[in-house]
Design a protein around this ligand. Structure first.
Ligand code: UTP
Length: 293
């Protein structure tokens, strides 16, 4: 069983400046929920109950979000607005939240290694919260956990991207075992245009076996001078087994302005309006002197 989920959330989010100058990218709201909350929901749905968050300087709002806010809760207690906190309260009660700071931003591989203390010797999921994933049926992590239970090895989620986009991603190649499943034998981080081994790009969902930490420890800085998880995964693939899974669902790159806008429109139309028409309270009633939303 996979119980741990690691959220590397220490990056600077430079593609979204100035919004991310003092606000963590993971706290940017898509409609009325911060990005990280979508990721935590996906992890809990997949049966995980230990959320391990790698933070950096200026990221304390992440911790505040998964904690009580007594003053606010007292203010809205007994009003219609109280129910707006139902979902986040349930997430807080369903899991433990632990944090560790990455002191220097040396890349995703380094951020994952920083989380080792919180994960221990357990297989774990990794969610990059700025990749927002939605799916009609099971969440992407639930799909990956089902595969892990079968293969017991590291799994990366991939999607097909146009050739002109491959230079933005880690790209895999390997033996196709099924329509949606590959055994990885090559991986390149951000390949030069025209040199990608395929059009299958790794997105921000991973299941990793704990021996990955040793591989990261033995990985030299790669592309951009950063310790790349792709390089460590390639070693793991060469010495053992790594699968790549073409997930069912949609992914939005919310680290880019375009992807964020697409996600916002999609979630507003397909999640928020649907849910709101059924269950949201009418919050424009005067109560306790609070101003209407
Ligand atoms: P990104 O490259 O997408 O995030 O890293 P970034 O560096 O914050 O964004 P830009 O490119 O400057 O706009 C992927 C994920 O890895 C985390 C980021 O927080 C993000 O979730 N990360 C990256 C770390 O936690 N530490 C790092 O040193 C690098």
């Amino acid at each position: 069983m996979i119980k741990h989920c690691l959220f590397p959330a220490a990056g600077y989010g430079t593609r979204f400046l100035p919004a991310t100058k003092s606000m963590p990218k993971e706290m940017m709201p898509v409609v009325n929920k911060p990005l990280i909350e979508y990721g935590v929901e996906e992890a809990i749905q997949a049966g995980m109950n230990h959320m391990a968050i790698v933070t950096g300087r200026g990221k304390h709002t992440l911790m505040d979000h998964f904690d009580k806010n007594y003053e606010l809760e007292h203010q809205i207690s007994g009003t219609a607005k109280d129910s707006l906190l139902t979902d986040i309260r349930s997430l807080i009660d369903s899991a433990s939240y632990t944090y560790i700071r990455q002191r220097e931003m040396k890349g995703l591989g380094h951020a994952i290694l920083t989380g080792k203390e919180l994960i221990g010797d357990n297989p774990f999921a990794v969610v990059l919260a700025d990749d927002l994933c939605v799916s009609q049926e099971q969440g992407v992590l639930s799909q990956m956990v089902a595969l892990y239970n079968k293969f017991r090895c590291s799994i990366v989620a991939v999607e097909e991207v146009p050739e002109s986009e491959t230079h933005k991603y880690g790209v895999i190649a390997g033996e196709q075992l099924k329509d949606d499943l590959y055994r990885v034998d090559n991986m390149v981080e951000k390949p030069e245009p025209g040199s990608a081994p395929s059009n299958l790009a790794i997105i921000g969902r991973y299941i990793l076996t704990p021996d990955i930490f040793e591989h990261i420890e033995n990985t030299e800085p790669g592309k951009g001078g950063e310790i790349q998880i792709t390089d460590a995964l390639l070693k793991q693939a060469q010495q053992g087994c790594v699968m790549a899974y073409k997930f069912k669902g949609k992914r939005f790159d919310c680290g880019s302005v375009e992807g964020y806008m697409e996600a916002t429109n999609y979630c507003y139309q397909n999640l928020y309006l649907n849910q709101n028409s059924k269950s949201q309270p009418k919050i424009d009633q005067p109560n306790k002197g609070l101003s209407p939303v």
